[in-house]
Design a binder for this molecule. Structure first.
Ligand code: SF4
Length: 307
């Protein structure tokens, strides 16, 4: 069964009920962030092409929209960097043609240096780029970018995008303890945010178990200090609290069934179930919180298991 390119809707901390569009094959990305929940990047690239056909994405979307009513956002994100799909602009236009639900794009921002990408994202309602470092050294350490991407490219792209983009920009900063939470780093990030002029700054930390053992969350106290330093536009991304339907029990059951047979990675579960890896992560996260499954590490790979 091939993985679907549309997943959800899933409850999202930031976007309410978000229907995800994943226009990129698993772990095709221009970065290899140390905190990435999807694991190591298997294809690190800056080459844009139509990795997943627009017709497949839009066909699946139409099918889901016909039966789902609780969707707050349609969000391009998923298993890698969505702007690597050269047809993302066409996809956003097609989504806008078939529904009035707002469109968000979650991006690492590395390709905003390209005029074509800036143009393609212009009609999205919300763009959520990330910026995790104020200095090149930290950028290399936390985001492990493609060799042709430096922090300066990312910053220049973000500034140029702000100049042409009429919608909302929510800048996400993912904080990792002892990596990018020092005073010096935060001072530099603050200077940059003044140039980037986002509508909102979202502070995040590794709430979900990270892939790399050395990656640890920043304490609530430190998050609060950093929020105060970054000013009134900054908020800490809070856990999702909305009432009503959340996770689908049939999907929980499917994941339990797979794990009852043997421990599996996110990718294994996605392949066996046909679910999108990003959706699997959300459900795994919830099952861990419920104490139903546990993490097992074997030879630097993270597996999930059920007792
Ligand atoms: S940019 Fe996103 S998908 Fe790519 S490695 Fe970083 S967290 Fe993972």
């Amino acid at each position: 069964m091939g993985n679907r390119t549309i997943y959800g809707p899933v409850p999202s901390r930031r976007l309410g009920y978000s229907l995800g569009i994943d226009p990129i094959p698993y772990k095709t990305c221009s970065f290899d962030c140390i905190y990435c929940q999807l694991g190591r990047t298997t294809k690190k690239t800056i080459r844009r092409r139509e990795y997943i056909p627009t017709s497949k994405v839009i066909g699946e979307l139409e099918e889901i929209l016909a039966r789902e009513s609780t969707i707050d956002y349609i969000t391009f994100s998923g298993s890698g960097e969505p702007t690597l799909n050269s047809q993302i602009g066409r996809m956003i236009r097609a989504v806008k043609y078939i529904t009035s639900i707002p469109v968000a794009v979650i991006t690492n921002g590395s390709l905003l240096t390209l005029r074509s990408v800036r143009e393609e994202l212009r009609i999205a309602d919300l763009v959520i780029p990330s910026l995790d470092a104020g200095r090149e050294q930290t950028f290399q350490k936390i985001n492990r970018p493609h060799a042709r991407i430096g922090l300066k490219n990312v910053i220049d792209g973000l500034i140029q995008f702000r100049d042409v983009y009429p919608g909302r920009i929510h800048l996400e900063i993912m904080l990792v303890r002892d990596v990018n939470d020092t005073e010096e780093e935060i001072d530099r990030i603050k200077e940059l945010t003044e140039d980037l002029k986002p509508d909102l700054i979202e502070l995040n930390t590794v709430y979900r178990p990270p892939q790399e053992i050395a990656v640890r969350p920043v304490s609530k106290r430190r998050l609060t200090q950093i929020r105060q330093k970054l000013g009134a536009k900054c908020k800490i991304v809070a856990p999702f609290r909305r009432r009503g339907r959340a996770y689908r029990e049939d999907i929980n059951e499917l994941i339990r069934e797979i794990l009852k047979r043997r421990p599996a990675t996110i990718e294994d579960i996605a392949k066996t179930s046909g679910l999108n890896p990003s959706m699997v992560i959300k459900y795994i996260d919830q099952l861990i919180k419920l104490g139903e499954i546990r993490i097992v590490r074997f030879r630097a790979t993270r597996y999930y298991a059920i007792d």
